[in-house]
Design a protein around this ligand. Structure first.
Ligand SMILES: C[S@@+](CC[C@H](N)C(=O)[O-])C[C@H]1O[C@@H](n2cnc3c(N)ncnc32)[C@H](O)[C@@H]1O
Length: 325
């Protein structure tokens, strides 16, 4: 009997030389930076789930409501296809998509991809309980690794999706590289569905990343605890405070860890000593805000054909569906 859950792990709990080099470069540039993938250890993944429940964090609910409208159109467009999700996390949005394919009587095959193995395995098991005909092949990997190592498709095509506006964590150059990796990872006829947060009043944006319960602050500070464990660093999270601001020139939220005192930090795994002044900020995340037409246009330059775009009634969040030519 074929197992309904298979797992492929391309990342290890320790770190590779290229990860160490990437972190060293990030921490020694100005401003000092931490790659946002380090938010997601077990606790970081749990904290992100709590962020999604905060009333100020409109992104998750708005995108899920939009997906309720859009999901029934997907199986009509793609017919039998393998669902592949980048940065799947709790896979909560996948339920909406799976329901739509199930209603059409199409085969259910799902490939979640996430750097955080705990949340990927847990959510895969939940999905298998809820969908008796579902097969899951999970890939614990970075987006880049997974896109370069997608196993051969077992259904006529793939629908790759990247939701939650995680695209916003890439700067312009990284976004361009990512779109090339997506295009290279797909075959002609495959689909790509992308969820993006759109431009809006900066007060709404800043509130979303400064929730009253302080969950985003905990999420931000947890990145230091993760670096301590993974790279043998000695950051003291209490000596930092969470700052999230909207940069109106770059059209992005910028999330920082601000040093509250002058201090030195040692990162054993990199043999790197850092000095931070009081008030100095480490950039931990950018979250760019987008124009839907512009992003769809960028995708056409990577060999995709636009199929449809959707946005919610307030014009806060957008989805674009394109097909690889
Ligand atoms: C902001 S959460 C979004 C989760 C879900 N897609 C949603 O829309 O609610 C980002 C997810 O991507 C994963 N992730 C972050 N950086 C990653 C990377 N470089 N490669 C693979 N997964 C990554 C995290 O572990 C997390 O589950």
């Amino acid at each position: 009997m074929i197992p309904r859950l298979t797992l492929q792990k391309l990342v290890s709990p320790s770190f590779s030389l290229s990860e160490a080099e990437q972190l060293r470069q990030a921490l020694t540039q100005t401003p000092k930076t931490i790659p946002p993938q380090y938010f997601y250890d077990d606790r970081g993944s749990q904290l992100f789930e709590q962020i999604c429940l905060q009333p100020e964090y409109y992104l998750t609910n708005t995108e899920m409501q939009l997906l309720e409208t859009v999901a029934p159109l997907l199986p009509q467009q793609t017919r039998a296809c393998e669902l592949v999700e980048l940065g799947s996390g709790s896979s909560r949005k996948t339920n909406i998509i799976l329901d739509a394919y199930q209603r059409e009587g199409l085969p259910l095959r799902y490939t979640p991809i996430d750097i955080s193995s705990s949340i990927l395995e847990l959510s895969a098991k939940h999905l298998l309980q809820n969908y008796p005909n579902l097969e899951v092949h999970g890939i614990v990997a970075t987006y880049e690794q997974a896109l370069a190592h997608l196993p051969p498709a077992t259904l006529p095509c793939r629908l790759l999706y990247f939701l939650g506006s995680s695209l916003g964590n890439f700067n312009r150059h990284q976004c361009d590289v990512f779109f090339t990796q997506v295009a290279d990872g797909l075959q002609g006829g495959d689909y790509f569905l992308l969820g993006i947060d759109l431009h809006k009043d900066p007060r709404i944006l800043e509130a979303a990343y400064n929730d009253a319960q302080g969950v985003t602050a905990q999420f931000n500070l947890n990145i230091l605890t993760h670096l301590n464990r993974r790279f043998g660093a000695n950051f003291v999270p209490d000596r930092f405070r969470h700052v999230a601001l909207y940069n109106q020139i770059e059209w992005q939220i910028e999330m920082y860890l601000e040093s509250t005192i002058p201090q030195d930090v040692y990162i054993q795994g990199l043999d790197l000593r850092l000095h931070l002044e009081a008030g100095e900020r480490i950039l931990s995340e950018i979250s760019r805000k987008f124009n839907l037409d512009q992003i769809s246009q960028e995708l056409t330059t990577k060999g995709f054909k636009p199929i449809a775009t959707w946005q919610d009634q307030r014009g806060w969040f957008g989805l674009t569906l394109v097909q690889k030519c």
